[in-house]
Design a protein around this ligand. Structure first.
Ligand code: F6R
Length: 354
């Protein structure tokens, strides 16, 4: 079995994804500062709904923002991963175009529609066509640093969005709480990178998941977005399939599948339940998670837990986001895969461009 150490990371991580992942706490702070220096003209009081458009590593910032804003957000927010705007989008809509490259065709299409419908448009990008549209149409825009694979720039966009929503007065995360969380994450990130520490949670989980198909269970609303981030990072960094399941919904269907675990192994391979756990769980979700774990084990399946750390719900969410990123990196190394390479995505984008 491949080992996990500085040498094996250097060998697999040819384009240096690991240092970019470890920048996460620093990116958060930079993102907040960048947004603070980029005036946004939106009057949030006149906003009736929010549409956040993006794909992949740029869409996930919207999901996570929605989890952070939680029940305190009194207008509906939709995360749109497609070409077309929902029918309700109009001049009372805050439309956020999130594309790291600024050239993603689905996001460009939705942005053009948003401009046409008179939405209040805010662009978060590092450049490309979206930045050009923002410039020519005098739209609000926040430019984040270029040169990163989009999924490794999540800290920038999240920092930007949290600063803006703090300015709107609708975020539970104040500047002080944000700074404390960024400092907490800087300390935790160092621990996750320390492979000499035998109790390194990221390394231990990556080793357990080697050769397995992760079925990630996460609490609906508060952590499903984080579960989706784990799924996408397993796909893009570790080069494996993965799925995310929301609790409680999965308790009404998915859990039945564990019954035929041995019979399904030849075509699914080795499944592993990965439960994202947090003290913020609804008490009934906590109970459900415990029962799910028991059910998986009763059917001789593997169930692993990723336990959130931190002194606030926001810190715990960030902790789990970062933990998943580091686990996906370690799993890439164990799989002998270059975490940065996404040839299949590039191939598909090229085909569509022809
Ligand atoms: C690549 C990645 C992708 C992109 C997606 C959209 O690192 O994470 O999922 O984020 O293809 O591209 P952008 O973010 O440039 O709009």
């Amino acid at each position: 079995m491949a080992t996990l150490n500085a040498k094996s990371i250097r060998t697999a991580d040819r384009s240096s994804m690991f240092p970019k992942i470890l920048e996460f706490p620093d990116q958060l702070k930079k993102g907040w500062a960048i947004a603070g220096a980029s005036p946004v003209s939106v009057d949030f009081g006149s906003i009736r709904n929010i549409v956040f458009s993006g794909m992949g590593g740029s869409a996930i910032a919207g999901d996570i923002l929605k989890s952070v804003l939680g029940a305190g957000l009194r207008v509906p927010m939709a995360v749109n991963r497609g070409y077309d705007l929902p029918a309700f989008a109009d001049s009372g809509t805050l439309f956020i175009a999130s594309s790291y490259s600024g050239n993603t065709e689905e996001t460009l299409s939705a942005t053009e529609q948003a401009v046409g419908r008179g939405c209040r448009v805010l662009c978060v990008t590092s450049g490309g066509r979206i930045a050009e549209i923002a410039e020519s149409k005098h739209l609000d825009r926040v430019l984040i640093p270029a040169g990163y694979p989009p999924r490794s720039a999540l800290g920038f966009s999240l920092g930007v969005l949290l600063q803006i929503f703090d300015g709107f007065g609708v975020s539970p995360v104040s500047k002080e709480a944000f700074d404390r969380a960024a400092a907490f994450m800087a300390r935790e990130s160092v621990k996750m990178a320390d492979l000499k520490n035998k109790s390194n949670a990221a390394a231990r989980l990556a080793k357990k998941l080697k050769g397995r198909f992760p079925l990630i269970s996460a609490a609906e609303g508060s952590l499903e977005s984080v579960g989706f981030r784990w799924k996408c990072q397993f796909n893009e960094n570790s080069k494996i399939h993965a799925a995310v399941l929301a609790v409680p919904e999965m308790c009404h269907n998915e859990i039945v599948g564990w019954k035929r675990l041995a019979a399904t192994k030849p075509y699914y391979g080795a499944l592993a339940a990965v439960l994202l756990r947090s003290p913020d769980e609804h008490p009934r979700v906590r109970l459900r998670m415990n029962v799910i774990r028991g059910l998986v084990e009763k059917n001789r399946g593997k169930a692993y837990e990723a336990q959130a750390k931190g002194s606030t719900a926001f810190e715990r969410l960030l902790y789990l986001v970062h933990l998943g990123d580091v686990v996906s990196l370690y799993l890439a190394v164990l799989n002998g895969a270059d975490p940065t390479e996404i040839d299949n995505i590039n191939f598909l984008k090229k085909k569509l461009g022809q």
